[in-house]
Design a protein around this ligand. Structure first.
Ligand SMILES: [Zn+2]
Ligand SMILES: [Zn+2]
Length: 177
């Protein structure tokens, strides 16, 4: 079992965190453990864009996250970007140690719609499975139902499952059974 440290960077709802934890344990050979709080330092924030830089958040997580955890997954409510994209739902080091997921654009309120906790939690499950899949070396999957398929809007997130397809799952679990 891999020791995965879940880092809560700001006020993420407890129900959302619990769903994330369950989705991770359903899909990967991991033991999820909440680890020490890592907060934004300020330099991750780009005032012009009004967003936080995902690469800088990853750097901070790697510098300050629990040293014993084999993998680190940070969760934030802040909206994230990478220089070449207007936003990202998350980012991960491919076959690496750290990933981050943002819940900002997973909530209906972001789109001016009434809150929907069930939908928010379902989307959160899918996105943590997606980014953690990248930590396990998975690339984007052509199966649109697979959690590893690329989503560029919430409609695409809603269409996919919160689990890996058989091929992606086999790649992750190879050597773990
Ligand atoms: Zn991806
Ligand atoms: Zn797949």
């Amino acid at each position: 079992m891999t020791d995965l440290g879940l880092i809560v960077m700001d006020e993420v709802e407890e129900e959302v965190l619990e769903e994330m934890q369950m989705a991770l344990e359903d899909n990967f050979p991991v033991e999820v453990r909440r680890v020490s709080q890592v907060t934004m330092a300020g330099n991750e924030y780009d005032a012009k864009r009004g967003q936080h830089s995902a690469p800088l958040v990853l750097q901070r997580v790697l510098n300050l996250g629990d040293r014993k955890a084999e993998k680190l997954l940070a969760v934030t409510t802040r909206d994230l970007f990478i220089p070449m994209l207007s936003f990202v739902y998350g980012q991960a080091q491919l076959s690496g140690r750290a990933a981050v997921v943002s819940t900002a654009r997973l909530s209906q309120q972001f789109y001016g719609l009434p809150a929907n906790g069930v939908l928010l939690r379902a989307r959160a499950r899918k996105e943590v499975v997606h980014e953690t899949g990248h930590l396990y070396g998975l690339v984007h999957c052509a199966d649109t139902r697979c959690a590893m398929s690329l989503s560029t809007n919430v409609r695409q997130i809603d269409l996919k499952n919160d689990s890996l397809c058989a091929a992606c799952r086999a790649q992750v679990w190879e050597g773990h059974i």
